[in-house]
Design a protein around this ligand. Sequence first.
Ligand SMILES: C[S@@+](CC[C@H](N)C(=O)[O-])C[C@H]1O[C@@H](n2cnc3c(N)ncnc32)[C@H](O)[C@@H]1O
Length: 416
Amino acid sequence: MSTETVTINRLGSGGDGIAAGPDGPVYVPFTLPGETVAIARVKNHGTVMSTSVASPDRVSPACHHFGPDGRNGACGGCSLQHAGETLYHAYKRGLVVDALKSKGLTPDVAPLVIARPGERRRMVFTARKTEKGMLLGFNQASSHHIVDIDECPISSPGIVSRLDAIRLVADALATDSQGFRLTVLETLSGLDLAFEGIRKIGDKQRRAVTECVLSMRGIARVSNDGEILIEPQKPQIDFGGVPVIPPAGGFTQATKQAEEAMASLVLDHLDKAKRVADLFSGSGTFALRIARTARVHAVEGDEKALQALDHASRHAQGLKPVTVEKRDLFRRPLMASELKVFDAVVFDPPRAGAEHQCRELARSGVKKIAAVSCNPVTLARDLSILAAAGYRITGVTPIDQFLWSSHVEAVATLEK
Ligand SMILES: C[S@@+](CC[C@H](N)C(=O)[O-])C[C@H]1O[C@@H](n2cnc3c(N)ncnc32)[C@H](O)[C@@H]1O
């Protein structure tokens, strides 16, 4: 370990400040461009000892768990609460602009669609049973230490106000001191608690969790590794007015606001399309909305997500026909010959992007494409494949869904 004084030049893609070090970049969490800090350095990671020049963009964090002095340690849930709005919004938009530029793409990039505190309806916590009680919160950055939270300004009040109830359910279920994950989704009919990694659940735990959940209000469903343990209410969300029962632990956009912003950009772009393919469709976030005006073929790798979509489309009124297909789109993308029947395509892949699918789209005659992404780097790669094949990028909109993190979503629209 060495101590030295450095000046931060920029924010990196993980939200850390970056300074020039003797052997390359040094990453210093919780710092901002223009700040001069004394750091203790181990390899390329610096820990701030003191600050001699602070950025005018520095603000007080919203949460007492945030930062190196956070209660119970530095909560790894957020990395940028110390950045003022102007800098923070420019940083997030810049992640998209820079990723596109690195692939030689310079389309119009709209201002960031911003996120507000309290919007997150889906939270992924880590938890562990200890002698002192149930720890529930987020791992400290690069550590297994769980920062046990009693507030979380990013999360919906409907989740934060029930943290103690959630701890009771977790405590009833946990069999040992092994850590596990818990996804909490706030639905219209109550919280959907999806545990992952609790081992050896026996009759005792099943009875305990049933008693616990029935003694409280507001829990719709509890599952572990996809197995439903108790479901007093079917959890229900809606996609553009179409009710959907999401699969236990399945993918759902983390905020309703970001989901609606994405959906509205996609729908505006597809406009008069009559036959649309929704690739990586999940439970129908886009497909069910598009089906108000167009026939939709939804393709997805997760069987349960597709079943939820199929069930929702069959029970909804006034939709055009929706067909579903389970398919691994990484290994078996829709081929150019199969794409012939569609006048528009939406794709919304996981972080790895949709490279193989884009190579087939590049060979197709599909007129309109909407690309939805949670990773600017793979989005840029995918758009460069389409641009090289003659698609014109008509707009890119960055969307903040994960407030005070370094994640950013984007919707890009293309035409040929
Ligand atoms: C970012 S989510 C988007 C889901 C949906 N469009 C939505 O907004 O809720 C990505 C989706 O891709 C699916 N997926 C991941 N890998 C896949 C693959 N190889 N083939 C098909 N679908 C895949 C996941 O199950 C997930 O539903």
